[in-house]
Design a protein around this ligand. Structure first.
Ligand code: TRH
Length: 394
């Protein structure tokens, strides 16, 4: 059947898991949105199903093909099976598509829209590169760069249709929050307790921050999902085998280790906390949708290029803040990323939390209209129309 409005009806999304959960976290989220909110028939090709199963526990890492939450999840292995390419093809983060699949794309009657979904950055150059075409050197195919981002000149951010309404309902409902804490095996924290979630990479600054929380006048409850920072948490409290369910107390600081949960449930943790320490890319975006102050541990890259990325984000995020609040955030983020004495910057950060709360809410409102999945479909539709126009004009 001819596709009159030129919006894609099917999608193939390719994910090569490099390390951690960011690559699969983003592609799994996008797959579900395209399938469940936009009605596309979506195949997600993943080369590491064990990582995928951490985000989606009902998945079976031993299966080559399975349906999970409206998405066909396929093991990406070589030799790549012979399949009909989808109308929208997304390679995430520059992963190299199988040669046979690229050739099949070139052989289709209507060329698929081929997108390279890039990493998120607030750096200015992303606006200039967003949407640029890259013709294939030998085949009649063009790939387009699609940059997520924080401004209208970029592709926006992944945001589920009902996420903000669900967040508001959760944050306004003490009964739901109580039930959430109980599901973690904890009582609802007493009013006045500062609740912090802490998802991070190894970080030598951890001890300093823990010291500051232990010595603070306000009780601090810190929730640590299982992961790379856990050995250091154990070391701080003299426990050689920390695991989900472990709990510790020092001074006014209580730390509870949580299991790594499925992706949707991680949002609830962010909504339930007053401050969220996040890392990488996807958890950082989720912390922004939580509308609470956050501390970002950026994924470290060669030649320290991640510092430019961090500064570019701070420039946008901090622009309307008072000098005191702006300096407080910069101080803590720098220490947390530079593995300095993060504890030293904490009191200044804690002192401006009201202003940071307001900023977090404004920021999420500002970003919410720039939805990546919708932008991606609009972009694909435009390319489809442009091609149809060219063919007609021939
Ligand atoms: O896991 P990450 O460190 O991934 C990183 C980044 O994406 C980085 O940009 C990339 O270059 C590198 O991988 C290779 O952090 P990120 O991006 O926050 O991804 C974590 C995912 O895990 C996110 O989708 C949220 C999810 N998550 C859960 O589903 N359950 C949990 O309990 C927790 C803590 C996280």
């Amino acid at each position: 059947m001819p596709n009159e409005n030129k919006l894609p009806r099917s999608g193939d999304i390719f994910c090569n898991v490099i390390d951690n959960y960011g690559d699969i976290g983003v592609t799994w989220r996008l797959s579900r949105q395209l399938a469940n909110e936009q009605g596309l028939s979506v195949r997600l090709w993943v080369d590491d199903l064990a990582s995928f199963a951490k985000l989606c526990p009902e998945a079976d890492a031993a299966q080559d093909s399975q349906r999970c939450r409206g998405v066909e999840v396929r093991r990406w292995r070589e030799p790549f099976p012979e399949v009909q390419p989808a109308e929208l093809v997304i390679e995430a983060f520059g992963c190299k598509l199988p040669q046979s699949y690229v050739e099949a794309m070139a052989a289709t009657a209507e060329q698929p829209v081929w997108i390279n979904l890039e990493y998120l950055t607030a750096e200015d150059w992303a606006e200039g590169c967003h949407g640029l075409p890259s013709p294939h050197p030998s085949l009649p195919l063009t790939k387009y760069f699609f940059f997520p981002g924080f401004t209208r000149q970029t592709g926006g951010l992944l945001l589920e249709r009902d996420l903000l309404a669900r967040r508001d309902a959760f944050q306004a409902d003490p009964a739901r929050q109580r039930a959430y804490w109980q599901s973690l095996g904890l009582d609802m924290p007493e009013a006045g307790t500062l609740k912090v979630s802490l998802f991070g990479y190894e970080n030598a600054a951890l001890g300093g921050l823990f010291d500051a929380w232990a010595a603070s006048a306000q009780p601090v409850l810190c929730l640590v999902p299982e992961g790379r920072i856990l050995p250091q948490v154990g070391q701080y409290f003299g426990d050689a085998a920390p695991c989900a369910g472990s709990g510790y107390q020092r001074g006014n600081l209580r730390v509870c280790v949580l299991p790594f949960v499925e992706q949707e449930r991680y949002d609830e943790l962010l909504w339930a906390c007053d401050v969220n320490c996040v890392r990488g890319e996807d958890s950082c975006v989720r912390a922004q949708w939580a509308s609470r102050p956050f501390v970002w541990q950026i994924y470290p890259q060669h030649d320290a290029v991640h510092w430019d990325k961090l500064q570019a984000f701070l420039k946008l995020y901090l622009a309307p803040l008072s000098p005191a609040a702006s300096q407080a955030v910069q101080g803590l983020w720098r220490e947390w990323n530079d593995e300095g004495m993060a504890g030293q910057a904490w009191p200044a950060f804690a002192a401006v939390r009201d202003e940071l709360d307001r900023r977090a809410q404004d920021w999420a409102r500002l970003l919410a209209g720039n939805n990546l999945a919708l932008n991606l479909l609009d972009f694909s539709g435009e390319i489809g129309k442009m091609r149809a126009f060219k063919i007609e004009g021939q």
